[in-house]
Design a protein around this ligand. Sequence first.
Ligand code: 13P
Ligand code: SF4
Length: 305
Amino acid sequence: MNIREIQDEIIRLKKENDICILAHSYVSRDVREVADYTGDSYKLSVLAKEVKQKTVLMCGVRFMAETVKILSPEKRVLLSNGIAGCPMAEQMSKDFIESVKKENPGYTVVAYVNTTALLKTVCDVCVTSSSAVQIVKNIDNKNIIFIPDCNLGAYVAKMVPEKNIKLLQGGCPIHASIDPKEAEAMRAAHPNAKMLVHPECVPAISLMADYAGSTAGILDYARKSDADEFIIGTEISIAEQLQYEFPDKKFYPLSMKLICPDMKATTLMDVYNAVRGKGGEEIELDDDVIVKARGCIDEMIRLGG
Ligand code: 13P
Ligand code: SF4
C-alpha cells in the first residue's frame, strides 16, 4: 500500500472502531493528516475530556497519553508507539520532589505537564507552555517551586516578577541544546525575520525573540503576522507546517538540531497497526494515581480558564 492508501484505511478503521486520534503538532505530517485533532499539549489535554469515542489513540509522547487517561479513566487510551517518552518527564522522581517539599513548607509546587503521572500525584498544579504564565499569576501563593524545566520556569519568573519562584535543574534536552550564539547568528543572517521560540529554550533566547510561547502560540503568531520571514525556535515540524500553509513566506528552523526523536518515533504504520488492533500500548494507571494526578490537572484547567 502507498501512504495515501494507508491513510485512507486508518480513517476508515478509526470510524469503524470508534477511535479518536489526537496528534501533537511535533509528530510527522503523514500522521497529523489522519488525526481528528492536532495541537499543543494544553489543547490536546482539554479536548481529551470532551471526545465522544470510547478509545483515544495518542500520537505524541507517553505523558500526553497518561494525561488523557487521567482525565478520561473510563476510556481505553493507547499510545501509538510505546517507546515515545519525553526525557524531561522522567527527570525528577516522586521521592525527590517529596523531599524538596519537606525542605520548603508553604510553597505551591507547579509541575510542567511534561511530567509522569506518578510525579503529578505530589504536585499542586500543572501548567503547559501556553498556560504557565497565566496560571502562575492566578495561584493564590507568592512562593512557588517550578519543576522540572528551569528554562520555562525562568521565563515565567521574568513574566511574573511578583512571585518568588524556586527552580530546580531540569529541562528539555532538545530545546536547551541551542546556544544563544546560534540564535544571534540566525538573527544576523535573516535580519528581517521575526524570531518565534518555545520557552523551553534557554532564557537568553526567549528574551531576544519577538515572541516566546507554546507551539500553538507560535503557529498563531505566524498565521496572523504580516511579516514574510520567520525564524522558528522549536521542533522543526512547526517550521515545516507553516511552510506548507504559507508557500510564499520563508520559515527558517532556528537550528536543525531541533528534532525530537521521541516525537518522531510514531510512524504512520504504528497508527495503522493501532487502529486495526495490532499495535499501540494501552496506558494503565492505578486508581489512586489517577485521582491524585487529576487534582493537579483539574487545577490547571480551573486556573487557566
Ligand atoms: P507544547 O506545550 O507547546 O505543546 O510543547 C510540548 C513539548 O513537548 C514541547 O517540547
Ligand atoms: Fe520532551 Fe523536549 Fe521532546 Fe518536547 S521536544 S517531547 S520536551 S524531549
